[in-house]
Design a protein around this ligand. Sequence first.
Ligand code: ZN
Length: 409
Amino acid sequence: MQNKNKLPSEIVLTYKIKHNYDLKNLLDGFMSTSQKAVDIIWENINWKEKQVKHRFKSKNKYKYYTTTRLIPEIPKDKDFKRELRNYLLNGWNFASHYVDGAIKVAYSTIESWKSNYLDGKRKRNKPTFKRPFVRVKNTLIKYDKENGTIRITIKARKEYLVLDIKNEWFFEKIKGFDIGEIILKDNEALITFKKPLNLSDKKVVIGVDSNLKSLDLFHPEEGWIRIDLSELRRIKNVYDVIIDKLKSIYKKAPKRISILLKKYYNRRKNRVEDFINKLTSQLSKLFPNAIFIFEDLDKLNMYKNSNFNRDLDRTSWREIAKKLEYKSIVFYVNPHYTSKTCPVCGSKMESQEGQVVTCEKCGVFNRQFVGSFNIFKRGVKLVKKLLGGVGVLPERSDGNLKTVRFLCP
Ligand SMILES: [Zn+2]
């Protein structure tokens, strides 16, 4: 299907901690080396001319014109890279692996510039770095899992930086994880932890349907489970009322009110985030061996003008799926007609008022049950394709509802 469903091979978590080391020299050196690398790669780009066809509409007819574009070919061969490395190592005082990190940063910066350039979002201007950071390669890091200490080599066999994470709030969460890359900044460090993902313990597919006041799940053994989200709605409403009121009197004191607006927007965002964090943690704990199936909302736009018309809050929906991706496995399926396909015979059902949909042959169904069930079915198909059908339980199709009330503690 779409590349969103590439099988994840590991869980990656990132946490931020403060440090008091004076890293000015390393930061400056790393940034100027990364910039030098960008400069050299940039000078060696091979610009190839390409004819590009453009289309425009004039008097209901399409017309075409062509222009010439310059397509960059980034030098990547071994000899070039070796020479670049040797050049940058000249006069470099810190561990030599930092130069490899700088080269990696330079390449990924140019690659992302290139894809934006090809999309027409960026001009043909060389990228430059603004905020200093250091990308620390794994080879420079020693991690003592038991004692929670991370030792980073600054100068080989001479200078080290030690980060103590034993008393950090996330220490419990990363038990059993290995350490990945670290980004060092002025007074903080972003640390990645990794754990290989074992998909063989994922034995259940759960379809998740979005509704305004609930998440409706379909679980092959438990059946239809509804998770009440009225608390999330209540939180949003509380702040929306305040925000609307402030907006209505905005002209009276624009400066003061925009400060207040910012404050309430932030509070709303934090409370919603907090709720979604707790909700997704609960879901992954409740169903540790599940693969969750969500509708691919990016595909929704394609059906904007069709009869897909459900009242959903896309932002929180997207955020729930995204947050769950960190804690469990999430796959996405095509959302087209998930609430209109008969769960028994698969024919298209007519839309009716309220909560009910009817199949001429099979009878009446609850719309939300139908949604989660069809998402589940599409998920089973997808998982079978990706995992070869291992461990997927047989489908159950009755619509007996179980309600789970989720309250944010
Ligand atoms: Zn039917």
